[in-house]
Design a binder for this molecule. Sequence first.
Ligand code: AMP
Length: 190
Amino acid sequence: MRLLIMGAPGAGKGTQAVGIAEHYGIPAISTGDIFRANVRQGTELGRRVSAIMAAGDYVPDELTERIVADRLDRDDAAAGWLLDGFPRTLHQVEALEKYLADHSVGLDAVICLDVDPEDLIVRLLGRAEVEGRADDDEGTIRHRMDVYLESTRPLLDAYEGRGLLVRVDGNGTVEEVGARIVAAVDAFVA
Ligand code: AMP
C-alpha cells in the first residue's frame, strides 16, 4: 500500500499517520520528523533547515525530494509506505511521480483530512504549549497556514483530478478519525 496523507497544519496528519501505517504494516514517513531529528542531532542537514523551519517556510524542493527518495529506497519501504507532509509543492508532486514511475509502482490513495478552519489555529496553539515546537508561536502558525493555502492546498485538486483523493472528516477523537480513515481507504482500494 502506498499512501499520502494531506491536510492543513493542525489537521492531525502526524498523529493519524502513525496509526494508519501501523494498521497497514507500512512505515509512516514524515518529512517534518526527519528534519526535526536532524535539527536535534545538529547534522549538516539540520543546520541547513533549522531557520527555515522556525520561520514556518518550506525547505527547498530539491533537498526535500532527495531526503524522501533516500528514505523510500530503504528496505523497510519496499512493500509500501505512508508519506506524511510530502509532497507539499507541485515540484514535489512531479518528483514523486518520477520516483514512482522509475520504480514501476503507483499511489493507492491520497488521504485528505478535512478539519474546520477555525479549529486548526486553536489546535496548533494547544500543541505549541504541549510540545514547545519552534514553529508553533502564533505568528508562525498563521504564516504556515498561509504557505499551506498558497502552495499545498492546490495539490488536492491535482490528486482529485487523478481520481486518487479520499476525503475524510478529521473532526473528532483520534480513534474516531482513525477508524474513519481506514474504512474510507479500504472502501476506496477495494
Ligand atoms: P510538519 O511536521 O509536516 O508540519 O513539517 C514541519 C516543517 O518542516 C514545515 O513547516 C517545513 O518547514 C518543513 N517541511 C516538512 N515537510 C516539507 C516538505 N515536503 N517540503 C518543504 N518543507 C517541509
